[in-house]
Design a protein around this ligand. Structure first.
Ligand code: SAM
Length: 340
């Protein structure tokens, strides 16, 4: 069964936020002092998650990504991974993690059947890392990256949010680091998503600028032409190394977005910028039949018109998207609740 939204986009990929908790406080994601957390009793059990995931599989999803919050904070995560990895329709099972706890988790995740790992890494300077994230954890993250390699995961990706005046002088170093780590670095434009309350347009380093900086250091980049709904545009350096650029802010790619998001408490979101979601937890816990839940998800996706990043591009006086007082009332609006 497959379902298209109002713009003809299929539902192919599901991002599962398994917790809204995080052990870092990145300046571009969680800059506030305190947060409203999802009530623990609302967080889906693995069994509930698995049931919902199966419904998405029936509707055409074949790619799953675990995210958060920091997904490694979710207790027993390998048990969920093992369950998801056993589903025959899952073609790609990945995780996005900040890497702080990865050193002790990588081998078990690999054994549980996880296919791929993405680690967020914004700087190679320890003091800068601490300033950006409010935790002195760069050595732990680097150990996590090493553990992912040792565990034998193919296709390691490193995601870097590039912010002017913070880490935009590190692009070449990060490319070199990725080359040595046999990883693909992807530079992400700073987005004004909910939670990014410190966002300002001047801090965005555009895809165009990033490419110019990388070309200055390494020579001309050759675009890799691929038929893919993946968010990164990929380029080959003269050395053959591949780098990616995710231009969600200046050149959004809503047209090919086939991603749905499920928060840890079971709210289905159709866009990173969506202001409302559909609660799947309540009907699930009220013992709704599989058919009722399938019809609900199908109808919601069929009615999807979201193109949040493109709409933001049209906003003239652009500042942070959701004011702090509104975020304080609804955790679902936060990037760390919906997952990147
Ligand atoms: N904790 C995990 C991690 O750090 O990778 C997963 C969750 S995190 C919300 C997912 C991704 O979103 C990270 O790569 C993070 O850098 C990115 N992100 C968060 N806020 C962002 C923003 N304002 N602009 C662009 N990317 C952002």
């Amino acid at each position: 069964m497959s379902v298209l939204d109002t713009r003809g986009r299929p539902l192919r990929s599901l991002r599962l936020s398994v917790t809204d908790r995080c052990n870092l406080r990145c300046h571009y994601c969680m800059p506030e002092e305190d947060y409203l957390w999802l009530p623990r009793e609302d967080v889906l059990t693995f069994e509930e998650t698995s049931r919902i995931v199966d419904l998405f599989g029936t509707l055409g999803v074949d790619r799953l990504r675990l995210t958060g919050g920091e997904p490694l904070l979710r207790r027993d995560l390998p048990r969920l991974v093992a369950d998801l990895a056993r589903k025959p329709w899952v073609r790609d099972l990945a995780i996005t993690s900040n890497g702080v706890l990865m050193a002790s988790a990588a081998a078990e995740l690999k054994q549980a059947g996880l296919h791929r790992v993405t680690i967020s890494l914004d700087t190679l300077h320890r003091d800068r890392f601490e300033r950006l994230t409010r935790m002195d954890a760069l050595p732990a993250v680097l150990a996590g990256i090493e553990a992912v390699r040792r565990a034998g995961f193919p296709g390691l990706k490193l995601d870097t949010v590039v912010i002017r005046g913070e880490n935009d002088d590190e692009l070449a170093d990060l490319v070199r680091f990725a080359g040595e780590a046999d990883a693909e670095v992807r530079f992400i434009e700073y987005m004004d998503v909910g939670g990014a309350t410190a966002w300002r347009p001047e801090a965005v380093v555009s895809r165009r600028e990033m490419i110019a900086t990388i070309e200055d250091a390494f020579g001309a980049l050759a675009p890799i032409v691929e038929d893919s709904s993946a968010p990164a545009a990929r380029f080959r350096l003269p050395s053959g190394q591949v780098v990616g650029v995710i231009s969600s802010t200046t050149e959004p790619f809503c047209r090919t977005c086939d991603r749905a998001r499920l928060t840890a408490d079971g709210v289905l979101l159709l866009c990173l910028y969506a202001q409302h979601g559909t609660d799947l937890r309540r009907p699930l816990r009220a013992a709704a039949s599989e058919e009722t839940l399938l019809n609900l998800i199908q109808a919601v996706w069929a009615g999807r018109a979201d193109r949040g990043a493109e709409e933001r591009l049209g906003v003239r006086e652009r500042g942070s998207y959701i004011p702090v007082n509104v975020l304080r009332r609804d955790a679902h609006l936060e990037m760390h609740t919906r997952g990147g």
